[in-house]
Design a protein around this ligand. Structure first.
Ligand SMILES: *Cc1c(COP(=O)(O)O)cnc(C)c1O
Length: 407
């Protein structure tokens, strides 16, 4: 008898996005003339930077000639891309990372999901609330949780991020082994200071734990005092793995390229307490189960590090940051407490009422779609996420309508 992985039955259906879609469709049906503005999505809207498009084309041309054609590439990525990343994203920021510690992949979503297969099933996992749902669901699939009850899975340690702690995940009050952190955060847009991140690195050392640090939004950090990588912190190389992506940095959500940094000194332990290095394990996993990212896409990603690419991606991110600043300032002026919108494309608003009621108010009175916080966890009650991924024109129009609706 073929049996299923019953952990899948514990998963909560993705109620959030289908419910949003249903409410939006129903409103549109009764108000066909309203041009609904979507500030709910976590996807970019601007096209690829020209430098990336040019390199992408050149990569395709190379595949069309027998002299430059390439078959299977190295699973970890081509050296030209790994070297550009190590120098530009790390060494130039005093983070000691070498090219062979970088693993090119087709997504930070896949990597954050796949990495936990390296670790034992009966470890204690600490996950922020609210959270990017991938960390949670992949641990449910792996059998690291109990059943879902009162908005939470049994067996996990939830780290609350709420107004009382400025939306920075609370330190676990019991020993934990694997810790997920994401800064700048999705969904809250909160950032962490160097000193704050250092306390997590110290915590991981003290508890023989490992930190999975998701830096998918590091390109939005414009305050030079804030860390963009956990490897800017002393001692992080032994206790952290970092995930990065070209998705939000350079508009690659539909093109697919990301990378994971596993330092050679990053360690974990066996049941006897014997130390093992994680790098060879991830190398083995990656080379066995992954075939590498296509050559033209890696060419396009490498172009991010050219002089034009750097200028163009900065401009791209600045465009969204301008939207974020507009949303942050205007919603703040209306008297709402919020976080994010600086060094982040997301603004997390404390609505002071039920999140879905506030969502409905913005939808039906302003024709603006946002994302209700409870979709990201119990601490999302009473909050909505507003995304800066849209055109300036749409964001300005949305803000005017929201001001009218809330007045
Ligand atoms: C968008 C996003 C990613 C990037 O995922 P890709 O698979 O590389 O597109 C990773 N983490 C978070 C929190 C995100 O919001």
């Amino acid at each position: 008898m073929i049996r299923i992985n019953e952990n899948y039955l514990k998963l909560q259906s993705s109620y959030l996005f289908s419910e949003i879609a249903t409410r939006v469709a129903s409103y549109q049906k009764s108000n066909p003339e309203t041009d609904i503005i979507k500030l709910g999505i976590g996807d970019v809207t601007s096209p690829l930077p020209p430098a990336c498009v040019k390199a992408f084309h050149e990569g395709v041309e190379a595949m069309a000639e027998s002299s430059t054609f390439r078959g299977y590439g190295p699973e970890q990525g081509y050296p030209f891309l790994r070297e550009a990343i190590a120098v530009n994203d790390f060494q130039n920021r005093n983070a000691d990372i070498s090219p062979d510690e970088i693993f090119i992949s087709d997504g930070a979503k896949c990597d954050t999901g796949n990495i936990q297969e390296l670790f034992a099933t009966d470890i204690k996992v600490a996950i922020p609330d609210p959270v990017y749902p991938v960390y949670l669901d992949t641990n449910v699939m792996a059998g690291r949780t109990g059943v879902f009850k009162d908005g939470r899975y049994g067996g996990l340690v939830y780290m609350d991020s709420d107004p009382a702690n400025d939306y920075l995940p609370a330190f676990p009050e019991e020993p934990v082994d694997l810790i997920y952190l994401c800064f700048p955060n999705n969904p809250t847009g909160a950032t962490i200071t160097t000193a704050g991140l250092k306390t997590w690195v110290d915590f991981a050392h003290d508890n023989k734990a490992l930190i999975l640090f998701d830096a998918a939004y590091e390109a939005f950090v414009r305050n030079e005092q804030l860390p963009r990588s956990i490897f800017e912190i002393d001692g992080a190389r032994e206790v952290a793995i970092e995930f990065r992506s070209f998705s939000k940095t350079a508009g690659f959500t539909g093109t697919r390229c990301a990378y994971t940094v596993v330092p050679k000194s990053c360690r974990a332990f066996d049941a006897e307490g014997q130390q093992h290095m994680v790098h060879p394990l991830w190398t083995r996993r990656h080379t066995t189960k992954f075939n590498g990212v296509s050559y033209p896409v890696q060419c396009a990603a490498a172009a991010v590090y050219s002089q034009e690419g750097q200028a163009q991606t900065r401009e791209l991110v600045d465009y969204y940051l301008k939207n974020a600043a507009t949303i942050r300032n205007e919603i703040g002026t209306l008297g709402y407490q919020l976080v994010g919108g600086e060094n982040s494309p997301y603004i997390w608003v404390d609505t002071g009422e039920d999140a879905w009621s506030f969502f409905d108010l913005l939808l039906t009175k302003a024709g603006v779609v946002t994302t209700p916080g409870p979709g990201f966890g119990r601490c999302g009650e009473g909050h909505i996420r507003i995304s800066a991924f849209n055109s300036h024109e749409n964001v300005e129009a949305a803000i005017e309508r929201i001001k009218g609706a809330l007045r």
